[in-house]
Design a protein around this ligand. Structure first.
Ligand code: SPV
Ligand code: MG
Length: 431
């Protein structure tokens, strides 16, 4: 009896999957791979049920002999282990980043004479509806909110990109790349005070009020499913912060990061070039504790951001604050620096981890941008936020286009670097 292998990465079985199993069954006994959580989140879907539940789901399909775990999106290990005569897959992976996986399978099979069978992908209205329902489910507050905590457990480093509108949200949601045979994508979105303010032509001084920030979050939530971390600035008055915690939780935001400053907040990247006042340990600890007491779910995170290195108050002050804020209930610590050299960030992380192996560490490598996510993770970092790069890349492109149209009295000269009209009108999926 020949063996046939097919890998599934779904939480719901629909006609398309049944069809694949029926086709596979014609060639021999069918082994189904259940893609592990870690591989799944780098690929295309976030699981809404556990790996064990997925295994049971696949085991229940008629014609499935057994289910095994595939722990990487590439097939090397699983093919070495099973040596299947056939691999069966839907034919919808021939283009785009997924084609790298197809190449990987073809190369592995050809080494020993295995064969790839591609089955026409069923995209019936019923299947389309199930796909949409699954996406909608992921966008619901109860799923989206807890997803950041899940990601911290699932992946060595949670990669977060700035979003300040529906459009930038879509870029973070949908961008997938293939590099070195692996697919990759961002895990979550950062609603930066700097970029949200800049998009409105306003300075980053808590001038854009909470109603407006919530409007931005809602615009992003309308068109995405990935979790959201809000840059909560100083958190404002404690008496206001507690209400905002409830609102954010209800909306399905996963975390708010508040910084230990008081009075008129200015952007941290100004450092000591402008006057900024750090809140006392007692005052800020009380704000965190009040926020934690106000929150109703177990999912929501309040992360304390420490400005001691930015304000040149020293490493000991930063570490003392980290310990105090964690003791006050903070679910994570963000340490910030505006030095190009990541040394002080790494020293902080190493020393914090000596006494606290678990509390998530967040960093924003805008200035210390030479260090990779992997190196940061080796020093105990859990979340890396790219806080402003989408805004900073869009601005020069837009300014150049405006200048060139003014110069040439027509738009022909800029046309080559623009998104084609056809692509812009089809950029947003219709329902
Ligand atoms: C932001 O993105 O608004 C931040 C990060 O707070 S930083 O600009 O580096 O202070
Ligand atoms: Mg900010």
């Amino acid at each position: 009896m020949k063996t046939v292998y097919t890998c599934f990465c779904t939480d719901v079985i629909h006609d398309g999957h049944i069809h694949i199993i029926e086709e596979a069954h014609k060639y021999g006994k069918v082994i189904v791979g259940a893609l592990s959580d870690e591989a799944l989140i780098r690929y295309n879907k976030f699981p809404t049920i556990s790996l064990e539940e997925r295994i049971r789901l696949y085991e229940g399909i008629d014609g499935v002999e057994k289910v095994v775990v595939q722990d990487s999106m590439m097939y090397d290990r699983i093919i070495e282990e099973l040596h299947p005569d056939y691999v069966v897959h839907g034919d919808n992976w021939k283009t785009g980043p997924e084609s790298a996986i197809r190449e990987n399978v073809l190369a592995l099979l050809s080494a020993y004479g295995g064969e790839l069978i591609e089955v026409g992908y069923t995209y019936s209205p019923a299947v389309k509806k199930i796909d949409q329902q699954l996406k909608e489910k992921l966008a619901m507050p109860e799923y989206r909110r807890k997803r950041l905590r899940q990601l911290i457990e699932m992946t060595p480093v949670v990669k977060v990109m700035e979003a300040h509108s529906g459009l930038t949200g879509l870029i973070v949601e949908k961008t997938v790349v293939e590099r070195g045979g692996l697919l990759d994508q961002f895990d979550a979105m950062w609603v930066s005070s700097l970029c949200d303010s800049t998009a409105k032509g306003k300075p980053d001084i808590e001038l854009v009020d909470m109603s407006s920030r919530l409007r931005t979050i809602d615009d992003i939530m309308e068109v995405t499913t990935k979790p959201i971390i809000l840059d909560g600035d100083t958190g404002g008055l404690t008496e206001h912060f507690v209400y905002n915690v409830r609102t954010l939780e209800r909306m399905g935001v996963s975390a708010v990061i508040i910084e230990d400053k008081t009075g008129l907040k200015k952007n941290s990247l100004f450092g000591t070039d402008v006057e900024q006042t750090q809140a006392s340990i007692e005052e800020f600890s009380a704000k965190i504790a009040a926020g934690k007491a106000a929150q109703l779910t177990d999912d929501f995170m309040i992360i304390a951001r420490i400005e001691s290195l930015i304000l040149e108050k020293g490493m000991e002050d930063a570490l003392a604050r980290a310990a105090a804020f964690t003791a006050a209930g903070a679910d994570g610590i963000m340490i910030h620096s505006r030095k190009k050299d990541p040394a002080e960030i790494l020293e902080f992380c190493d020393r914090f981890r000596e006494t606290d192996p678990k509390t998530p560490i967040v960093v924003v490598p805008s200035s210390f941008n030479v260090i990779t996510e992997e190196e940061l993770a080796e020093h105990g970092v859990n979340i890396v936020i790219y806080a402003n790069q989408l805004t900073r890349s869009a601005f020069p492109a837009m300014r150049q286009t405006a200048e060139d149209i003014l110069k040439y009295h027509r738009a022909k000269e800029v046309d080559e670097r623009l998104l084609p009209i056809k692509d812009i009108i089809t950029l947003i999926d219709e329902l």
